[in-house]
Write a protein that binds this ligand. Sequence first.
Ligand code: ADP
Length: 183
Amino acid sequence: MRIVLVGPPGAGKGTQAGLLSDKLGVPHISTGDLFRAHGDQATQLGIQAKRYMDAGDLVPDDVTNAMVHQRLLDPDAQAGFLLDGFPRTVAQADALSACLQEYGVKLDAVLQLEVPEEVVMDRLLGRGRDDDNKEVIHRRFEVFRNETAPLLEYYADRLVTVDAVGTIDEVTARALEALQALP
Ligand code: ADP
């Protein structure tokens, strides 16, 4: 299966992606995690990306697209993947489409984790990552509304919406059920 996860910051994409990738047997590919791993190793890309991340802004599309393109070439991604945090802009979605077209494959589903902003704000403030302070979180929400929400329209024909309020297990179960119901 080739799946994209979409949802506002704090919707639980990372948590659900980890669990779903185990169940579905496909790798979990998180652009946030890839950037943070580069940051920890202080690579050029990591240092560049951290500036944007710490401000709550998106890392530029060209950098992000190239990193994902590279990752999708790895052998473990050939039979499927669960993309978490990518695409986040329509330009990234176009790049992903082009990349998949090259391989002659398609996305099976775009899984939207739906959760109200006031719920996720509390979750994020409790998490304490470098980019989890109130001001930066507000900026990330704004970026989500402006840049990422248009993807819901873009992927309307493949969109699977799941209510992401509830326990971790409840949300995983809903997501699996929704994916199994796909034609
Ligand atoms: P969250 O799900 O809480 O938003 P992520 O780990 O997915 O956290 O992303 C953290 C930051 O990494 C984003 O705010 C952004 O700066 C950067 N980032 C992650 N994915 C992308 C992407 N596809 N394009 C641009 N920047 C990204």
